[in-house]
Design a protein around this ligand. Structure first.
Ligand code: URA
Ligand code: SF4
Length: 203
């Protein structure tokens, strides 16, 4: 098999999913990574936030969005009036993909095949958490959540009705972070906050 499904248990309890994911060999990304980075947040959360994949710091900590992009996300959640503790935070791909340059580990975007391989975990999380709204952070997350390719610029700013929940597509906090110190930062941050505000009433 070329996906995670052989490792996904019958249970839809998030704790049991997370425990089982430690052994996942659904694609090759498990091997160089430190550990699987599954999710944080309660199974009762009404808002699910989906990122792309763990970064360097997340790989080391074993928790999503604890690095620089996570701090941008935290600020945006505060500005949108969403309590991070009330969200379920996960990623489309659950192992860090990187190349090594000396001692540095350089983030590499996951390929579509990695997103596909990891999708059974996201499906199981959706079934277990049953969020009212799913926020897809960036194009990779949007593809994983919607099962189709969307342009962020066209999809953002709308509530997309999907079976079982609504979806809000927005930019990835890393894309906002890259603009820090530049003219476009405030606008990009503000647009992320506006998209999160669409999701806030569902909390
Ligand atoms: N970027 C992501 O998409 N997810 C993380 O967990 C961290 C950075
Ligand atoms: Fe399994 Fe996903 Fe990790 Fe690949 S990235 S090994 S599918 S958990």
């Amino acid at each position: 098999s070329t996906d995670a499904s052989p490792w996904v248990p019958e249970s839809r309890e998030v704790d049991e999913l997370e425990a089982a994911a430690q052994d996942c060999r659904g694609c090759e990304l498990w091997e160089p990574a430190t550990q699987v980075v599954f999710s944080t947040g309660g199974p009762g959360a009404r808002i699910m936030l989906v990122g792309e994949q763990p970064g360097d710091q997340e790989d080391l900590a074993g928790e999503p969005f604890v690095g620089p992009a996570g701090r941008v996300l935290d600020e945006a959640l505060v500005a949108a009036g969403i309590d991070r503790e009330a969200t379920y935070l996960t990623n489309a791909v659950k192992h860090f993909r990187f190349t090594e340059r000396g001692r540095r580990r350089i983030h590499q975007k996951p390929d579509v095949r990695h997103v596909t391989a990891c999708h059974p975990w996201l499906q199981a999380e959706l079934a277990g958490v049953e969020p009212a709204v799913v926020v897809a952070l960036g194009a990779t997350a949007a593809r994983a959540v919607l099962g189709r390719t969307v342009k962020i610029g066209e999809a953002r700013g709308h509530l997309l009705e999907e079976p079982g929940h609504v979806v809000v597509v927005t930019t990835h906090p890393s894309a906002v972070l890259r603009l820090r110190g530049e003219d476009g930062y405030d606008e990009a941050f503000g647009a992320l906050v506006d998209d999160l505000r669409l999701a806030a009433p569902y909390a």
